[in-house]
Design a protein around this ligand. Structure first.
Ligand code: SF4
Length: 451
């Protein structure tokens, strides 16, 4: 999960609707307040910070710590659209989207998704193409397929009602310990712990944990601390008189919020941190050593050539198979260049001399035509460079050299390699990230009628 998730404020356009529970039995649904209405000044924190910190005040340091966090959250929580609802479905969608993705990106995706698929029923029945289109650009598409599987399981086993029990949630496809804990606590105010990247950073610093938090023992210890804290909050619940306070929900969100806004990876703001006086990492001068995470594996470079073929006002595109990265998404025909396979790299190098440039051009040209033949099934008369796309995905840096294909091709041979689609049809399909950017270049150059 990205350490920088939940970092910006909501500016998304509101959707004027109320999310309905999937079953007429009714879930604890809070009305979703559209962005415009929120901007009009509807308060979203039922208690102010002073009240909140008093509620959890106690002699034990643990209670002081949770009280300080709740108080700070009451004063500083960002107004995010998924914080306007107790609907477990909306909270689930936000939690899955926020994995590996920053808050500022998720805002628009979440609003769009909730408008198109407002409940379990609509998700369970959605066509895969629609799901992928709504998720287009968020990456890790297995997540969205798992969500649909989970929605179908909820329809079959729980009558369309989102389960409230932690164990039932864990049994759903794609829902792990963190996501189940987040839904249980945020939607149902249960005292279940959460541990994501932000919480790991906060807790390792607060408690001065020097071990690698991904190792079994340290990880179990962190889960234990998170559980102890949220249980302490729940044990104070009887002192809370405001019916909307929902302490476990607010406490878990306060931990994540502190990690996103104050206890950030590179520049923690310890001078304004509400729990600074409890922080062992700060007292021992070890803040910048924590968390003690292993170095990330080196990113691998991958090079591709892609071909944009157009005939009779239609583009040749193809759908990726299942079981690969970006499975089921669409793309322009392309080929990965394995080292040495085509003899030369296509891109020019700054150290090229005049001679090597010519050699590179000649060899590159014949290599390129060979590559085009492999991808398209026929050799195009002319290939014209369109653009170079650089794109990162998981631990890969991809470079995509893109060429326009001209000349009379044997239509039947080429057709076997994909589908010829008009721009209007292409617009409705979910495209892999790098190939979506090719569409953007085509649109920018106004060479083709891509809207
Ligand atoms: S005092 Fe600094 S290191 Fe400790 S929790 Fe606060 S921001 Fe993080």
């Amino acid at each position: 999960m990205s350490d920088e998730r939940r970092v910006t404020t909501s500016e998304g356009g509101g959707v004027a609707q109320t999310f309905q529970p999937a079953s007429p039995g009714g879930l604890p649904v809070a009305r979703y307040i559209p962005a415009k209405q929120r901007a009009a000044g509807k308060p979203h924190n039922p208690l102010n910070g002073k009240q909140a910190s008093r509620l959890c005040a106690g002699s034990h340091a643990k209670y002081k710590l949770v009280g300080a966090l709740l108080g700070w959250f009451g004063r500083n929580a960002r107004d995010l659209p998924w914080r306007q609802t107790c609907d477990p479905y909306g909270i689930w969608v936000s939690e899955v989207m926020l994995q590996q993705t920053q808050v500022k990106t998720v805002l628009a995706y979440w609003e769009r998704w909730m408008h198109a698929l407002p409940n379990i029923v609509t998700l369970a029945n959605a066509k895969p193409e629609k799901l992928h289109k709504l998720w287009e650009g968020l990456g890790y598409y297995t997540r969205v397929r798992n969500m649909q599987q989970a929605a179908r399981t909820i329809m079959e086993k729980h009558g369309g009602r989102f389960p409230e029990k932690f164990e039932d949630m864990r049994a759903l496809p794609g829902i792990g310990r963190y996501t189940a804990g987040a839904i249980c606590s945020i939607a149902f105010n249960q005292s279940k712990p959460i541990l994501d990247g932000n919480v790991i950073r906060v807790l390792t610093r607060l408690f001065g944990i020097a071990e690698n938090p991904r190792e079994k023992e340290a990880n179990a210890r962190l889960w234990g601390i998170a559980e102890e804290l949220v249980t302490a909050v729940a044990s104070q619940a009887s002192r809370m008189t405001h019916k909307d306070f929902r302490p476990c929900s607010r406490f878990n969100q306060s931990l994540m919020e502190l990690g996103a806004l104050i206890c950030t990876p590179r520049a923690p703001q310890c001078d304004i941190c509400p729990v600074a006086k409890h922080c062992i990492g700060l007292q021992e001068g070890r803040v910048h050593e924590l968390p003690n995470l292993p170095r990330r594996p080196r990113v691998a470079q991958r090079d591709f050539v892609a071909f944009v073929a157009q005939q009779r006002g239609r583009f040749l595109v193809r759908q990726r198979p299942g079981g690969v990265i970006n499975a089921h998404l669409w793309e322009f025909p392309n080929l990965e260049l394995r080292q040495g396979e085509l003899g030369v790299k296509l891109a020019a190098h700054p150290s090229d001399t005049k001679g090597t440039r010519r050699l590179r051009r000649e060899r590159g040209c014949s290599d390129l035509k060979r590559a085009a033949r492999r991808v398209l099934g026929t050799t195009p008369a002319v290939l014209e460079p369109l653009c170079t796309i650089k794109h990162s995905i998981t631990r890969y840096r991809m470079t995509l050299e893109v060429f326009l294909v001209f000349g009379d091709m044997q239509f039947s041979k080429v057709s076997a390699r994909g589908r010829w689609l008009a721009t209007q049809e292409i617009k409705r399909l979910p495209f892999a990230g790098a190939h979506k950017r090719i569409l953007g270049v085509l649109k920018e150059q106004k060479r083709f009628a891509v809207q």
